[in-house]
Design a protein around this ligand. Structure first.
Ligand SMILES: [Zn+2]
Ligand SMILES: [Zn+2]
Length: 740
C-alpha cells in the first residue's frame, strides 16, 4: 500500500488516551460533509482556524491539510470519532466513502473488515473512480443553501457530476465572487472566502438551471443513485423519456458514467458531439491540457451529453460511433474498429462493461459495425464477433471487402472495379495509412448478391449461338454490334472476358423476329433455313435480318422447337425474287441495264441482242457490281442512244405511213439501207425521216386534215384536183404523199 497524504498526516497520531472530546460539538446535518462539520465545530469552539481541530497542541501532525472527506486511515477515524463523539457510522456518512456502497458491484463487495471500521472505503487516490471526484481540496457550494441556517457544506456537492442545487434550481458555485479563488473544502468560516477574507459565497450570482427536462432529470437521477432522498430533488423526476439507463442499478449506472467519462474525454473541451447548456461561464485559462471535464459548465455538458447518448436509443449513440474515429485517429492510422473506437472498444464494451446489463450497448455497436460502419473491415477476429463463424458474419454484414466480393462473383479486380465504376455495385472507399495511398474498399453486400442472382440467369455467348439461335458465335456478336441483341455483360461493358445476355433479351429478340414470319410453310424442300441463307442471298446474316426487319424479304416460321435461325426459313422463290429485285436496284443505282432489261425494252430476243453486241451496234460489257459478276450490262445512255439512232422496219413503216412490206421493198431496191445482219432489220432513223419530203402529207394525214375518207381523197387525186408526190414514182396507193 503506497503512502497517501492522509496516511502521512496520521503518522504522528496522538495517543487517544490523551485526547479529550471537544466540549462544544456541532450535530451533523443530513448530507453534511465532514469538512463542514469540522468548520462549524471550530466556529463554535471559537477557534480561529479549523485546522486547530486536526492539529493538537504538540503541532506534530498535519503539515498539510487533510482531504477530510476522503479519510482512509482507521486511526484517523478513531481520533475524529473520539474528538467529535461520533459513531463510526455517523462519521462514515460524513465522508465521500458513503457513496461507495451505491457504486460497488456485487462482485466487488468484500467481507466486512474486522476492527473499528465496518464499511468499505474507496481505494487509493488516483483510482478510476476518483475521476468522479474532481478535486480533493476544493469545494462547490450553493449560495442559497449556504444562506440558510445553519450554513453547511453538502457531501454530494463534492461529486463531480452533481453541479446544481435542485432545491434552489441553480448551478453550484466553485469560486469566490470577489477574488475568483477556489473554495477550500476545509475553511474556518463556511460562508466566507479565507483567501481574500472579503468574499461572501452567499452573494455569488446565482445562475438558473436551464428548463430542459432531460438535463434536469439527469441531475435528479444521479442524486437518486447516490441515495439522496426525494425531498432534496426539488420535485424533478429522476427519469425522463425512454432510455436504457432507466433499467440500470445504481452501481451499473455509475460504472457506465465512469466509462463514458473516458470515452467522451477526447471530445473535450468543445467537440460538436458534446451537448452544451447555457450555464456558468467557463473561466479562460482554467483548462489545463486535461481531457476530462474540469469546470462546472463542462460537467454540465458531460452529464447532458451522457444522458443524451441514451435518449432515442441508439440514434445518438451511432452519432458518437461515427464521430469517434476522428478523435481517436491520432492514436493509429490503421483502419478497423479496434483502432477507431478507442477506449470504448478496447476497454469498455467487452471488458469493464461486460456485465449483461450493458448488452444493449454491444448490440447497438455490433449492429452498427454490420450495417453502417464504413471505415474498416469487420472480421471474426474482432471481439464483437468472436463467437461467430465467418459464414455467420458474412450473412449479417452489410459490407464486403474487395477480395470477398471478387470471390463471391468469381471475377478479377479489374472487372469488379469496372462494375463499381458503372454504378452496378455501390462501394465506399476510404484511404488508410499515414499517406493515404492505400484504399480500403467496402462494397455493398446487397448489390453484390443482387448481381450474383442476376448473373445466374445470364446466358453465355456459346449458349445463345448453339441453343437459342443456331448460328455461330461470330454471328451473335455481329447481332450485338448491330444493336439487334443487347448483351448485359462483356469486355467493353464491365471488362468481363466473355459476353453474357439476359434471357429476357433473347426472348425479346425472338418474338420481334417471329412477328415478321409467315406461318404457312408447304413443302420443306423449297425452303432454306435462315442460318444458312447467307450464301444463297450473298449477304451477311446481319444484312439479311435488316432486310427482313425492313420488310424487303419475307420469312416463314416452321414453328418447330429448334434454334430460332433454323426454325425460320426462306422460300427459294422468295430468295430469287429478292435477288432479282436487289440486283435491279443495284444496276439502276449505276444506270446499268441487264441484257434482259434491254431485251424487254427493245422487244428483241437474246440471239438478236447477242448479234448486235457482236457487231458493235449496241455496246454492252461484262460488269462486276458489288463484287458480283452480273453478266453483260448496258449503260442506260447507250441503250437510249441506240433507240434514237435506229428504228425497226415496223417503226419505219409507221414513220412513213406505209406497210412493213413496203419498207422491205424500199430496202431491196436501195431506197433504205438496213444495218446489221440480223433477221430483224434496223434502219437509221435519220435515213427514214429523210425520205419524207418537206411540206408533204401522207394520204392518211391529208384525209384527216380534210375530214374526208381515204377513198374520197383518192378519187379527188385521180380526178387531178390534188397533186400527189410518189416516193417510188410508182402509182401505188400505199406509197403516195399528197403535195401541200
Ligand atoms: Zn441550494
Ligand atoms: Zn475570495
Amino acid at each position: 500500500m503506497s503512502k497517501t497524504n492522509d496516511e502521512k498526516n496520521i503518522t504522528f497520531m496522538p495517543d487517544l488516551a490523551h485526547v479529550f472530546p471537544l466540549p462544544v460539538r456541532a450535530v451533523p446535518e443530513p448530507w453534511e460533509d465532514l469538512a463542514s462539520l469540522l468548520s462549524r465545530t471550530a466556529e463554535q469552539m471559537g477557534y480561529k482556524y479549523v485546522q486547530w481541530l486536526l492539529r493538537p497542541e504538540d503541532g506534530a501532525y498535519g503539515r498539510r491539510d487533510l482531504d477530510v472527506c476522503f479519510l482512509l486511515q482507521d486511526k484517523t477515524y478513531q481520533y475524529l470519532g473520539h474528538l467529535l463523539q461520533l459513531s463510526e457510522e455517523a462519521l462514515y456518512k460524513l465522508t465521500l466513502h458513503r457513496f461507495l456502497l451505491q457504486m460497488l458491484a456485487p462482485v466487488e463487495m468484500q467481507a466486512t473488515p474486522s476492527g473499528y471500521r465496518e464499511r468499505p472505503l474507496f481505494p487509493l487516490l488516483g483510482s478510476a473512480m476518483r475521476k468522479l471526484f474532481p478535486s480533493q481540496l476544493a469545494a462547490r457550494v450553493c449560495p442559497r443553501c449556504l444562506a440558510e441556517e445553519p450554513p453547511c457544506g453538502v457531501l454530494y456537492w463534492n461529486f463531480g457530476p452533481v453541479f446544481s442545487c435542485l432545491k434552489h434550481h441553480i448551478f453550484l458555485v466553485d469560486c469566490c465572487p470577489h477574488c475568483q479563488g477556489k473554495i477550500p473544502r476545509l475553511r474556518s468560516v463556511l460562508t466566507h472566502c479565507p483567501r481574500c477574507s472579503s468574499g461572501d459565497y452567499r452573494l455569488a450570482p446565482a445562475v438558473n438551471l436551464p428548463e430542459q427536462p432531460l438535463f434536469l432529470s439527469s441531475q435528479a437521477m444521479i442524486l437518486g443513485h447516490l441515495g439522496v432522498e426525494e425531498e432534496y430533488l426539488g420535485g424533478v423526476p429522476t427519469v425522463y423519456g425512454e432510455s436504457p439507463l432507466h433499467g440500470l442499478l445504481s452501481w451499473q449506472y455509475f460504472l457506465l458514467l465512469k466509462s463514458f467519462l473516458n470515452v467522451l474525454g477526447p471530445f473535450f473541451p468543445n467537440h460538436p458531439v458534446l451537448r452544451t447548456v447555457a450555464g456558468p461561464f467557463i473561466p479562460s485559462g482554467r483548462r489545463i491540457s486535461s481531457t476530462l471535464p474540469v469546470s462546472l459548465a463542462e460537467w454540465a455538458s458531460f452529464m447532458l451529453t451522457f444522458h443524451t447518448l441514451f435518449a432515442s436509443w441508439p440514434d445518438n449513440f451511432i452519432v458518437l460511433l461515427e464521430s469517434l474515429p476522428a478523435v481517436c485517429s491520432s492514436t493509429s492510422a490503421n483502419a478497423g474498429p479496434q483502432h477507431q473506437f478507442g477506449k470504448l472498444y478496447k476497454e469498455y464494451l467487452y471488458k469493464h462493461l461486460r456485465d449483461p446489463a450493458f448488452a444493449f450497448l454491444r448490440e447497438a455497436f455490433e449492429d452498427y459495425l454490420m450495417k453502417h460502419y464504413t471505415r474498416g473491415w469487420v472480421s471474426p477476429r474482432l471481439r464483437p464477433f468472436s463467437g461467430k463463424d465467418r459464414m455467420e458474419i458474412s450473412t449479417e454484414l452489410t459490407y464486403l471487402t474487395l477480395t470477398k466480393a471478387m470471390q463471391l462473383l468469381g471475377v478479377g479486380e479489374p472487372r469488379l472495379l469496372a462494375l463499381i465504376n458503372r454504378g452496378v455495385i455501390r462501394a465506399h472507399r476510404s484511404p488508410i495509412g499515414a499517406k493515404g495511398k492505400i484504399s480500403l474498399w467496402l462494397i455493398e453486400k446487397a448489390d453484390v448478391e443482387a448481381l450474383f442472382e442476376e448473373w445466374k440467369n445470364l446466358l453465355s455467348l456459346e449458349a445463345i449461338a448453339l441453343v437459342h439461335l443456331g448460328v455461330s458465335k461470330q454471328q451473335v456478336l455481329a447481332l450485338s454490334k448491330a444493336g439487334l441483341l443487347l448483351p448485359t455483360s462483356g469486355p467493353s461493358i464491365d471488362r468481363n472476358l466473355g459476353w453474357y445476355y439476359k434471357s429476357d433479351e433473347i426472348e425479346r429478340f425472338k418474338s420481334a423476329l417471329l412477328q415478321y414470319a409467315c406461318k404457312a410453310v408447304t413443302s420443306a424442300s423449297k425452303y432454306i433455313p435462315l442460318s444458312t441463307s447467307a450464301k444463297s442471298i450473298e449477304l451477311p446474316l446481319i444484312e439479311i435480318l435488316k432486310e427482313i426487319l425492313s420488310g424487303h424479304l419475307g420469312i416463314f416460321d416452321t414453328q418447330r422447337e429448334i434454334p430460332l435461325f433454323q426454325r425460320l426459313v426462306l422460300s427459294v422463290s422468295e430468295v430469287k425474287r429478292f435477288l432479282a429485285e436487289r440486283r435491279k436496284v443495284e444496276r439502276s443505282d449505276l444506270n446499268l441495264l441487264s441484257a434482259r432489261d434491254v431485251m424487254e425494252t427493245l422487244g428483241v430476243g437474246e440471239a438478236t441482242l447477242r448479234k448486235w453486241v457482236r457487231q458493235g451496234v449496241l455496246v454492252g460489257k461484262r460488269q462486276v457490281v458489288n463484287n458480283r459478276i452480273q453478266g453483260i450490262l448496258f449503260q442506260k445512255e447507250v441503250v437510249d442512244a441506240f433507240r434514237c439512232t435506229y428504228v425497226f422496219a415496223k417503226e419505219a413503216a409507221e414513220l412513213l405511213d406505209v406497210t412493213s412490206s413496203a419498207i422491205y421493198r424500199y430496202a431491196s431496191i436501195g431506197i433504205l439501207h438496213p444495218i446489221g445482219a440480223t433477221k430483224l432489220k434496223l434502219f437509221l432513223r435519220e435515213e427514214v425521216k429523210a425520205l419524207i419530203p418537206p411540206h408533204k402529207l401522207s394520204i392518211r394525214q391529208a384525209a384527216v386534215l380534210l375530214e374526208m375518207s381515204v377513198s374520197n381523197l383518192y378519187a379527188l387525186v385521180e380526178e387531178g384536183h390534188i397533186p400527189m408526190y410518189d416516193l417510188l414514182n410508182v402509182q401505188k396507193r400505199n406509197g403516195c404523199s399528197i403535195q401541200m
